[in-house]
Design a protein around this ligand. Sequence first.
Ligand code: TA6
Length: 286
Amino acid sequence: MDLKNSLYIQCITKNEQTFYQINHPAFKANISAYGAQLLSFEPNDQQDLLWLSNSAVQDGSKAIRGGVPICWPWFGPASGKFEGEPQHGYLRNLNWRISSIDENAEGVTIEFELQRPEKIVQLGLAVKIIFILNAQAEIKIVTTNLNKEAFELSQAIHTYFNVEDIETTSIASLKGCLFLDKLVQSEQENQTYEQSSELTVNSAMDRVYIYNKPKLEITTDTRTIKVEGEGHDSVIVWNPWAESAQSMADFDDSGYKQMLCVEMGLTQGYLLNPGDTYVLSQRFYC
Ligand code: TA6
């Protein structure tokens, strides 16, 4: 799509990769065409709400570490007929382009489509990613099942929030919630635990909270980040902590101190019926 008449969106190329920089009166943002990944979202008078690893690889060879990678059409390791396929599915490793924009003094809405949808067409699916940016950032994954049979869909909007100091970060909203702990090997496959107090992080955490309420809040020393969503049946909370961060070449060794992933997910087994469309969305703002 030709952006020469766009009021706020500029297309730039770096290391043969395409990025869309948005300079709007209400916010600044940066979206990578690789993965249709929001890398930065800075409302006026706010620090960037997103964390991006300084050692993130941004050459199209692997998913960019930070911002909001999209996990689809599965969340986590591939299994069953997709065994051996990439963790978190295909979309974050594919190139996208803008298919439409709508921009005004309030904000910008940008729709992305895959440049080469063959792999997704083979699945019998259609997918687009929509960004609605103003003082808030909203991301929607819109999936349609074109198959004659149901498709088991799982997905997540894998947001790396910039919390500035993990040691003073908490989430009260999840108190009383059940969660699956991916760091605990338990005999019972779906062993759940209860979040008995407000969530704080002082070691590696990788949890899937069974939570479908529309809102939660991340409280840090300096601000409260409001996170909202629709279409989720779970919220994933992840911080690799020191050892795991140091084991990932694209994760700044001390980056775990400034980030917390809080992800709206559809992870508990959902069958998308033939002809149906499903929307998973996440919105965040201060
Ligand atoms: O969202 C949590 C998680 O599933 C963790 O298990 C961890 O693997 C993280 O995603 C990052 O995955 P990635 O494939 O981006 O390194």
